[in-house]
Write a protein that binds this ligand. Structure first.
Ligand SMILES: *Cc1c(COP(=O)(O)O)cnc(C)c1O
Length: 619
């Protein structure tokens, strides 16, 4: 299991500053080179313009006074930052953030000095090119054809998820307005509404042509243009239209119900897909929800599955979800948009097996058969990650769009998310005109087709430089991620040895949750103890952890199973509180460090459990 003898794994250590700033000399040199480059670039750009700030200017008292104030205030700022949460250390295992990688930091610093605004070509000649290449790298990573994929960087995963709903709403509206036109002209019946809202894009275009429906016809029946209040839907359909829904599993991130509110769909339109007893999207229930929507004539904007849930890091059966949707397509001509929320786990697609053995070939990736070095990385992974999880991650190449947060497992600084669609059609949205910004005619990318206005190119450059430095696959960036999964295994072993601590299974990726649930206790007692132990760990200086509550409304089956496995009494009403470890720091299992963090954590846990145990309730 020791991967550290492998030179390729040792080389990964060059990617981060290090817990003791081990790579500081090289990093300082690179920062200096970025700065000198900008300085020279300015000087060479308009050399005959002359100096605006002279040596004598710099000598006057007021000038110096401002400099002193600046440097004084800067020192204050730096001092105040000493109290900031130390997220660089392997002892920080709380939330979805750790070290930033050096390529990401250096690219961001360079871009900070240039400050392009990717809202427009005029202010981002290079920024937009970097964005294009950055998106291509991510598209290739997830398995999309990079030449046809479209996307852009956002400030976070929440906005990327909003982008998915925005674009899916656009297509829904195009199909819905056509459907209303066709039904109004008695060419179709109101019972055809659901079917008409789920034709393929091609079929939609041919229906439009066949029946000579014009853009003004569509506009007259567009929900997005007229709002739900001004449309004669009741007259046309003979019944009130209750609006579209979207299907999202119970393990969803909070951004999904938020999006339903923001886009005016109503939070009740976010239909929850049940979870199975392992906490993943339940396929049977997905099917049942699709059928329910069909019965109720509620078109489905999109079906969402999650790669790396926020709470447990689990991966939904993405490939099987796509299989089911493909079946609807081939058997019933119903086309559904499948979006994967890979805000956390999107980068884990690096770990997909080499494509050589793949059945699908048009991924645009050149592959060689795996080198001995790569197979070592594979064997390290094979025990750590279930085949079914790898298959699910592989399924992402078949879906329509993906959210990925480089500011999570991409080790890029905030704020950097990304939305990527498999093709132009899934990227399309309403064109909004801004007379003062130049539009590129060949593509929509630019201000008019993003939710956000002004956008930094820094995250795009960070992803670009990361992908240039190491390939976004098993043998490159995947090595870092493999180590984090190994860290999850090591911590799981250590915690399993602590009597009374119970691990939440399954742990698909690098997030590990556990409860303090001595057998024989009730679920409520377990929650109480878990909370007390969490509070004590958090109050202490040793480790930063997080906690989360698995709600019974979503995780009922899983809670019942875990209570049985742990031998605790399920009262049938309590939720399950767990301590959550996000093991994404690349140095958690570093051989040279003085501390064995997993053992140290188990000790800390033991100590805090002892002191948190009320004397009356001692085992
Ligand atoms: C973190 C996360 C989000 C939201 O991302 P932000 O960047 O925090 O807005 C969405 N979905 C999942 C699954 C996440 O883990």
């Amino acid at each position: 299991m020791n991967s550290e003898c492998n030179p390729s794994d040792i080389a990964m250590k060059s990617m981060f500053l290090g817990p003791q700033s081990e790579n500081a000399d090289w990093f300082r040199e690179m920062i200096e080179s970025v700065l000198s480059h900008t300085v020279r670039w300015r000087q060479a750009r308009f050399p005959n313009d002359g100096r605006a700030i002279s040596a004598s200017d710099m000598n006057i008292d007021e000038f110096r006074h401002f400099r002193d104030r600046m440097s004084g205030a800067l020192q204050d700022l730096l001092r105040s930052l000493e109290a900031e949460t130390p997220k660089f250390t392997p002892r920080y295992i709380g939330h979805m953030v750790s070290e930033n990688s050096l390529p990401a930091l250096l690219a961001e610093f360079a871009l900070l000095l240039h400050n392009p605004n990717n809202a427009s070509k005029e202010s981002a000649k290079v920024g937009l090119v970097l964005e294009k290449h950055g998106i291509e790298a991510l598209a290739r990573m997830v398995g999309f054809e990079p030449r046809s994929a479209r996307g852009h960087f956002t400030s976070c995963g929440t906005i990327a998820n909003f982008e998915a709903i925005w674009r899916a709403s656009h297509w829904f509206d195009r199909k819905f307005s056509l459907a209303l036109n066709l039904i109004e002209r008695k060419l179709y019946s109101p019972q055809d509404l659901f079917t008409l809202c789920h034709v393929t894009h091609d079929r939609w275009a041919s229906l439009l042509e066949e029946h000579q429906i014009s853009e003004p016809d569509l506009a007259a029946r567009s929900l997005l243009r007229n709002g739900p209040w001004d449309l004669p839907t009741h007259e046309i359909l003979g019944t009130s239209f209750r609006g579209p829904v979207f299907l999202v599993p119970g393990n969803r991130h909070y951004s999904w119900p938020k999006s339903a509110a923001v886009f005016g769909l109503g939070t009740a339109s976010a239909w929850s897909i049940d979870l199975d007893e392992e906490g993943r999207l339940d396929l049977q229930d997905l099917k049942a929800k699709i059928e329910k929507a069909r019965r109720e004539q509620r078109p489905i904007l999109c079906v969402i599955s999650v790669a790396g849930t926020t709470e447990l890091g689990e991966v939904d059966p993405i490939a099987s979800v796509q299989d089911l949707l493909d079946e609807y397509q081939s058997r019933e001509n119903l086309s559904f948009w499948h979006h994967v929320d890979g805000a956390y786990g999107g980068f884990l697609t690096c770990l997909r097996k080499g494509k050589a053995s793949d059945t699908t070939s048009n991924t645009g990736m050149t592959t060689s058969s795996e080198s001995p070095d790569a197979s070592l990385a594979s064997s390290l992974l094979d025990g750590a990650m279930d085949e079914s999880i790898l298959r699910a991650l592989h399924g992402i190449e078949r879906v329509d769009s993906v959210t990925i947060d480089p500011h999570k497992l991409g080790y890029v600084p905030y704020a950097c998310g990304a939305f990527i669609a498999r093709d132009e059609a899934h990227y399309a949205t309403f064109q909004v005109q801004a007379p003062y910004l130049k539009q590129s005619p060949e593509s929509q990318s630019g201000w008019s087709s993003t939710l956000e206005g002004s956008r930094s190119a820094a995250g795009a450059a960070a992803v670009w430089l990361t992908a240039k430095t190491m390939s976004l696959d098993r043998n490159g960036f995947g090595r870092i991620l493999t180590k984090t999964i190994a860290a999850r295994m090591t911590f799981a072993q250590a915690i399993a040895n602590v009597a009374g601590a119970q691990l939440v299974s399954p742990a698909d990726t690098n997030i590990l949750c556990f409860s303090i649930a001595p057998s024989g206790s009730t679920l409520a007692q377990a929650n109480e103890r878990t909370r007390a132990v969490y509070d004590r760990i958090e109050a202490g200086p040793q480790f930063s952890v997080s906690r989360t509550t698995l709600l019974r409304t979503n995780y009922a089956k899983m809670i019942t199973r875990l209570c049985q496995e742990w031998g605790i009494r399920d009262d049938g009403v309590s939720d399950l509180l767990v301590i959550r470890l996000v093991l994404m720091n690349p140095f958690i299992v570093s051989k040279e460090m003085m501390v064995d963090f997993s053992r140290e954590f188990a000790n800390e846990l033991l100590n805090q459990m002892r002191s948190a145990t009320p004397s009356s309730g001692a085992e």
